[in-house]
Ligand binder design. Structure first.
Ligand SMILES: Nc1ncnc2c1ncn2[C@@H]1O[C@H](COP(=O)(O)OP(=O)(O)OP(=O)(O)O)[C@@H](O)[C@H]1O
Ligand SMILES: [Mg+2]
Length: 328
């Protein structure tokens, strides 16, 4: 019988694989003799809230400016939603909203006037502009300030206005270069909540920052770059597992701590051990070492172990360990 009204077990018509929101291939950029970006291969999926992490001078702004078509690559290529950022720059500009790390504000303009101006730049018809401006103001929580002079807004409000400006043409991809820098903790949290709302609306968001603890809870995926090179790219939770930074244990002994450290350091699985705040801080290799190794080493060596626990490493700590803190 061929009747299968529910079409169960039938293969869905084979669809082309989804186009990533951003893809770069061996993307490089030099400023004179200085290589700011070196062979970067990066993929950002649609609807990702993607953290772009790196120390000062790592190449974050350079990458975002290339994706925003403001800077051309020295070699390699980058695509935004399948469009080449150099050959198809006009198309790309309509698909993205780029919020630079520093943006001049027009202090003598009113909030609504400012957004209306940018709406006109994107050729949004006058008839719908008023509604569009009201919508983006609502989204960033600035409706009450619509008639205010920009110069009279607080720093946090100006940042939110900057975000409203990049949303005016309803872009699919947001490139935000440290959007929360200089904001107080409450304003940062508000900014993060807005970004999560935008992600729920289906936007793809790349956010650069060096505040990792913040990105850890906000982003689903991230990349870490250092000196223009990619160190990690993948799920936020995967950073720790991939980074091979080891597991850290804190142990307390009631016998000679110096002797205990000697015992631990003699084990090949122990990367490092030292005394800190009256406890031993022991880093062991990730792969085949655990608390049992630490306990066994100490007890067999005659130490009296009175406390042993594993320390959780946050993304911040992992970042400090995988990067060498080198700037260019
Ligand atoms: N216009 C320029 N001319 C010369 N060198 C530049 C220029 N812009 C950036 N650089 C250099 O390129 C490297 C990468 O800079 P970039 O601004 O991309 O880093 P970043 O990761 O955004 O750093 P930060 O966290 O400080 O914003 C740095 O060494 C910087 O000095
Ligand atoms: Mg920067």
């Amino acid at each position: 019988m061929n009747d299968n009204p529910l079409r169960l077990n039938e293969q869905a018509p084979s669809a082309a694989p989804p186009i990533p929101a951003v893809q770069t291939h061996a993307l490089s950029r030099a400023y004179g003799s200085m290589t700011a970006l070196s062979n970067l291969d990066l993929t950002v999926h649609r609807a990702d809230l993607f953290g772009f992490i790196g120390s000062n001078g790592a190449g974050k702004t350079t990458t975002l400016r290339i994706l925003a078509t403001f800077l051309t690559p020295s070699s390699g290529r980058a695509e935004v939603l399948g469009h080449d950022v150099v050959r198809d720059a006009d198309r790309v500009r309509h698909l993205i909203g780029y919020m630079p790390d520093f943006f001049g504000v027009y202090k003598d303009m009113e909030v609504t006037e400012y957004l209306d101006f940018f709406g006109a730049c994107y050729k949004i018809p006058a008839a719908v502009r008023e509604k569009t401006v009201a919508d983006v103001l609502e989204l960033v929580g600035l409706t009450e300030k619509r008639g205010a002079l920009i110069g009279a807004l607080s720093r946090g409000m100006q940042q939110r206005l900057g975000l409203a400006r990049v949303l005016i043409h309803d872009p699919q991809l947001l490139l935000l270069d440290e959007p929360a820098s200089g904001l107080d903790p409450r304003a940062r949290i508000e900014m993060m909540a807005i970004l999560q709302e935008l992600q729920r609306m289906g936007k793809t968001i790349i956010i650069s920052s060096h505040i990792l603890s913040e990105l850890q809870t906000l982003c689903n995926r991230c990349a870490i770059i250092e000196k223009g090179r990619l160190i990690y790219s993948g799920p936020v939770q995967g950073v720790r597992a991939d980074s091979q930074v080891g597991r850290v244990f804190r142990a307390r002994v009631s016998t000679d701590p110096g002797r205990a450290l000697e015992l631990l350091r003699a084990r090949p699985e122990v990367i490092e051990a030292h005394e800190e705040d009256g406890r031993l801080r022991v880093t062991v290799r990730d792969d085949h070492a655990d608390a049992g190794l630490v306990a066994e080493t100490l007890v067999r060596g005659g130490a009296r172990l009175v406390e042993l626990r594993e320390e959780e490493l946050g993304l911040e700590e992992v970042f400090l360990r995988v990067t060498k803190g080198e700037t260019q």
